[in-house]
Design a protein. Structure first.
Length: 135
C-alpha cells in the first residue's frame, strides 16, 4: 500500500467519524435546552398547584388544562396523573410527567414531579407511579 493510499484511508476515516459525531454535537445543546424547559414547566405546574390548593382548599387540580397548561411544549409531552383522592374526591396526590415527544430527536430524558416537589428522571422510560425511580 502506497503512502497516498494510507493518507486517503486515514482521511476517509476522519470524515466518517466526523459525520457520525457531528449530529450529536449539534443535538446535545438543543436537548439540554429542551430538557431545561421541560423541568421549568414541571416546576411551574407544581407552583400553580400549590398556590391553587392554598387559595381554594379544594385539593389539587386533576388536569393540566384546568391549570391553564398545554400538554406539549418545546419537544416534550406533558401529562398529569391523579395518584390519590380523599373521601370527598379531592386530589391529594398527583404526578406530572414530561416525555420527549420524539425520543432521541427532541430529548433523551423522561422527567416527573410529584405533589411534594420531588423531581425524578430516567433516560429509558417514563418515571411515574407504575415505574418508580430506582433507588
Amino acid at each position: 500500500m502506497s503512502a497516498s493510499h494510507k493518507v486517503l484511508s486515514v482521511g476517509g476515516l476522519a470524515i466518517l467519524v466526523a459525520l457520525v459525531l457531528w449530529p450529536r454535537c449539534i443535538l446535545r445543546p438543543r436537548f439540554a435546552s429542551q430538557e431545561s424547559s421541560a423541568i421549568s414547566r414541571l416546576r411551574m405546574i407544581a407552583e400553580r398547584e400549590t398556590a391553587d390548593r392554598a387559595a381554594h382548599a379544594e385539593g389539587f387540580a386533576d388536569s393540566l388544562s384546568s391549570l391553564g397548561f398545554r400538554d406539549r411544549e418545546r419537544g416534550y409531552a406533558f401529562s398529569m396523573q391523579v395518584i390519590t383522592r380523599d373521601a370527598s374526591g379531592r386530589v391529594t396526590a398527583y404526578i406530572v410527567t414530561a416525555a420527549p415527544a420524539a425520543p432521541g430527536r427532541t430529548g433523551t430524558r423522561y422527567f416527573s414531579l410529584d405533589q411534594n416537589g420531588i423531581l425524578a428522571y430516567d433516560t429509558y422510560r417514563l418515571v411515574d407511579e407504575r415505574n418508580p425511580l430506582l433507588q
